[in-house]
Design a protein around this ligand. Structure first.
Ligand code: FES
Length: 141
């Protein structure tokens, strides 16, 4: 039998609501005004969402100094990427790549299981940005 109720399991945590309504590090306006060292753009073929992420990186220590992002993604993708952007700042590139969907969900006080995949979108954009940064660094040697 199908459960047709729309109750407890549909409730977002207060942290998810806060990060959705007031996303951290969201890029407002024209990205050409933001100077960045790395940029990644990915799309989720399942739902057609797109995510763009830009990083400022300390080249000597490989540390992420700042993160900006924007997306067409859903509320969970927005909240998850807001959390990811806060978690990534101050970490080295390798440390940032290890941020897991579970760490993001924990930071947000939980995510409904059906929305876990939304946190992957931001992480893929982060990985894409880091891959592009490393590729460009190799090419400039
Ligand atoms: Fe596509 Fe959330 S449903 S990112």
């Amino acid at each position: 039998m199908t459960d047709n109720s729309c109750q407890n399991s549909w409730v977002y945590s207060d942290e998810v609501k806060e990060h959705f309504l007031n996303p951290k590090n969201f890029l407002m306006g024209d990205e050409s005004k933001y100077k960045y060292d790395a940029k990644g753009i990915v799309g989720n073929p399942i739902c057609g969402d797109q995510m763009c992420m830009m990083l400022k990186i300390d080249k000597k220590t490989d540390t992420i100094l700042d993160v900006k992002w924007k997306t067409y993604g859903c509320a969970s993708a927005i909240a998850s990427t807001s959390a990811l952007s806060e978690l990534a700042k101050g970490r080295t590139l390798n440390e940032a790549l290890k941020i897991s969907a579970q760490e993001i969900a924990d930071y947000l006080g939980g995510l409904p299981a059906q929305k876990f995949h939304c946190s992957v979108l931001g992480h893929e954009a982060l990985k894409n940005a880091i891959d592009n940064y490393r590729q460009n660094s190799q090419n400039n040697l």
